[in-house]
Design a protein around this ligand. Structure first.
Ligand code: AMP
Ligand code: GLY
Length: 422
């Protein structure tokens, strides 16, 4: 089989590695990819939002399966374009990807179908939002409705902060069109867990759990980022909690989407908060998480292509997902200054230390090749992942492995997985 992967981050590198292990696959392409993905796939210089050009490529090269990793093309309708041209593709249609594309939609869906989540109000008008906030309980959470690279969420401790937040999102348009509509949400406390799942429209099968670290600095301080590190499994996600989630959240979400005429085929990523009131949904994503995928897929025993094909063909009920009984930790190596401003173009040294290893991976996120050398090319540069029999061992190994690579302005959090050390 020939497979095309659409995307260019650490997530797509992890997907590409899994795909490369499939017995069914003979050739992998990635558009546009990055320098690391280029070591296992042929890079195609077409951007993820160029749906027509991507479909032309898939047709010409007789690609058997296209896998879309990123949110923007999914929410923009890439799957519909491929389907209309009879090209096999893994991911939700535009109508289904709205689960991630609009927070107002997903909140309304959860309310309508009684899926546990924080209480909320939606506003199209900044004055109305400010009026509402004047009598609201602090802290409170403001969310831009649309896609904002995981950064469109503000947690406000005071009314002044909340009013400034409304201005930033709705009037100054800090997150662009994503902020035309605002969701104001009750602040929840508890542990966060990410659960990724495969879905064929009717059946949903969840993967092993993980936890992200979204803030830029140690101790969960600083700005929200795309994610600074992950571990899997989450020891806080017990079998008992899983049972509640399967009954009250996962299956009801898939059924709700089907009832709404938005049958969901692809990956549903449940961002959960384990509150004293039970697990609640923080957000849905319509794709693999980044950097959750970098700790989940290396632990998956299944042939990823077989699972994706079962989703597309509606046979997921006949398949069991199987994960190694081990643990993984991923530490993101970023460029100093991320997520605000940072320099690019520094040479990355030491990557060959990871060659041929089966328990240590260096996934590339923002990297490029320049004059035959790997250089930094983004905010999140690399994701260093290690697997071991326990979380503690995996954590020690991952931090040891971060010393094997170096570049100017290298920045990382030093407390990834601190939670399970306590
Ligand atoms: P989201 O993109 O919706 O997952 O939000 C990004 C991050 O903001 C989450 O991972 C949480 O840490 C935080 N967050 C979002 N919604 C809430 C909420 N209702 N209460 C507390 N924290 C939240
Ligand atoms: N790591 C969070 C996300 O992928 O949205």
């Amino acid at each position: 089989m020939k497979v095309l992967i659409v995307g260019s981050g650490g997530r797509e590198h992890a997907i590409a590695l899994s795909v490369s292990r499939s017995k069914k696959v003979t050739k992998i392409y990635c558009a546009p990819g990055n320098a690391g993905i280029g070591t296992i796939a042929e890079l195609v210089p077409i951007k993820a939002m160029e749906f027509g050009a991507l479909a032309d490529f898939a047709e010409k090269e007789q690609i058997d399966l296209t896998i879309v990793g990123m949110d923007d093309p999914l929410v923009g309708g890439i799957v519909d374009v491929f389907n209309a041209r009879n090209l096999r593709v893994f991911g939700p249609t535009k109508a289904a990807a709205i689960l991630e594309g609009s927070k107002a939609f997903s909140k309304d869906l959860m309310k309508k179908y009684n899926i546990p989540t924080a209480s909320y109000e939606t506003f199209d008008d900044a004055d109305a939002a400010v009026n509402y906030l004047k009598s609201a309980k602090m802290p409170i959470v403001l969310k831009a409705d649309g896609l904002a690279l995981g950064k469109g969420v503000l947690i406000c401790n005071t009314l002044d902060e909340a009013i400034a937040g409304v201005k930033e999102i709705m009037l100054d348009k800090k997150f662009g069109a994503a902020g035309a509509r605002l969701v104001v949400e009750e602040f929840m406390t508890g542990r966060e867990v990410s659960v990724l799942s495969f879905c064929d429209g009717t059946t949903i099968k969840t993967m092993t759990s993980s936890q992200d670290h979204k803030r830029a600095e140690d101790g969960d301080k600083g700005l929200n980022t795309g994610g600074m590190g992950t571990f899997s499994p989450s020891p806080f996600y017990t079998d008992e909690i899983d049972k509640i989630c399967q009954e009250k959240i996962y299956k009801p979400t898939v059924d709700a989407m089907k009832k709404e005429g938005r049958t969901f085929v692809g990956i549903i990523f449940f961002g959960l908060m384990l509150t004293s009131d039970g697990p609640k949904v923080l957000e849905y994503n319509a794709r693999f998480g980044d950097p959750e995928t970098q700790v989940v897929l290396p632990r998956m025993k299944n042939d990823i292509i077989e699972v994706m094909e079962a989703c597309i063909d509606g046979n997921l009920d006949k398949m069991d997902l199987d994960f190694e009984d081990n643990a993984a930790v991923c530490v993101v190596l970023a460029s100093k200054g991320y997520p605000v401003s940072y320099e690019k173009g520094f040479e990355i040294k030491g990557l060959s230390n990871f060659e041929g290893k089966s328990d240590m991976f260096c996934f590339h996120a923002g990297t490029a090749l320049k004059d035959g050398k790997f250089v930094t090319n983004g905010g999140r540069v690399l994701g260093v992942t290690a697997t071991a029999s326990t979380l503690k061992e995996a954590r020690a190994k991952a931090y040891e492995a971060t010393k094997l690579v170096d570049f100017e302005n290298k920045y990382m959090r030093n407390d990834i997985g601190q939670a399970f050390m306590e």
